[in-house]
Design a protein around this ligand. Structure first.
Ligand code: BG6
Length: 252
């Protein structure tokens, strides 16, 4: 921590927490956009945060994405006996970046159990309704709502919409509404207003207010505006980011 003070990271963490109204910020050096090792460092920092925060018997909900996948890579074997759940359905992305896969990998490292939510990313109203009525899905949703900790990624709205193969007309619509950020299926404008929510099973933004610790991991200067929007628009408490994103946010 002395090194962090000397490098000015601790000071930046305090300023960023203040700017975004967060309880805790952790900054790793570098720019995840330019260097894949920085994304690994983000995963490591998030794994450290999880290790100090998790208690035996906790329920942890995680999203998918390439950043949260690095948390699963970086978390050491620590027998904590927790339950890990995917925050949302989200089948549709590459297997290794799906929340289901990541939840099962983190559970394996933490000596815990997991459950899966097998639901496509894009669902019709009817399909969503029948999924929600399934007793097993209901049970998982119930457990998700009693999670104590959520760890999620943050993305840029349009790249995420494309990655999820949203119809072109829908992408144009959310763009026209000023969407710049995406987190667990919600699209936010620069002020943190929700401009689109995906029809999918999993945690809703309204469920988050009952959850004790909410943490996001996202870095790279390209995500700066998205991070700010999600910090304003959701009950985020803890941010693990990199110096490039932090500098870009603080420069505004
Ligand atoms: C998704 C999460 O899977 O990953 C989103 O549900 C997040 O919350 C996205 O925006 C970020 O992905 P990446 O690959 O940029 O870490």
């Amino acid at each position: 921590d002395v090194i962090r003070e000397v490098e000015g990271l601790a000071e930046k963490e305090r300023r960023l927490a203040d700017r975004l109204g967060l309880q805790e910020v952790r900054i790793v050096k570098g720019d995840a956009d330019a260097d894949p090792l920085v994304k690994k460092a983000l995963g490591h920092a998030a794994a450290e945060w999880l290790k100090k925060t998790l208690r035996p018997g906790d329920i942890l909900a995680v999203t998918g994405g390439t950043t949260i996948a690095t948390v699963a890579d970086q978390i050491p074997r620590t027998p904590l006996g927790v339950e890990v759940l995917p925050a949302r359905g989200g089948v549709g992305e590459n297997m290794e970046f799906q929340a289901n896969t990541i939840a099962s990998r983190i559970a394996a490292q933490l000596g815990g159990t997991y459950r899966l939510l097998h639901a496509p990313d894009v669902l019709s109203d009817d399909a969503l309704q029948s999924l929600i009525e399934d007793p097993q899905v209901q049970d998982t949703l119930q457990r998700l709502r009693s999670a104590r900790i959520v760890l999620h990624g943050i993305g840029q709205a349009i790249p995420m919409a494309k990655r999820r193969r949203l119809p072109e007309s829908r992408i144009e619509q959310i763009e026209a509404h000023g969407a710049i950020a995406e987190a667990f299926g919600y699209y936010f404008d620069a002020h943190g207003n929700i401009v689109h929510a995906m029809n999918t099973v999993g945690l809703r933004l309204s469920d988050l207010k009952h959850i004790e610790r909410i943490s996001a991991v996202a870095g790279g200067s390209s995500k700066a505006d998205a991070i700010s929007a999600v910090a304003f628009g959701s009950p985020l408490q803890v941010l693990i980011t990199d110096e490039a994103a932090a500098d870009a946010i603080l420069q505004k």
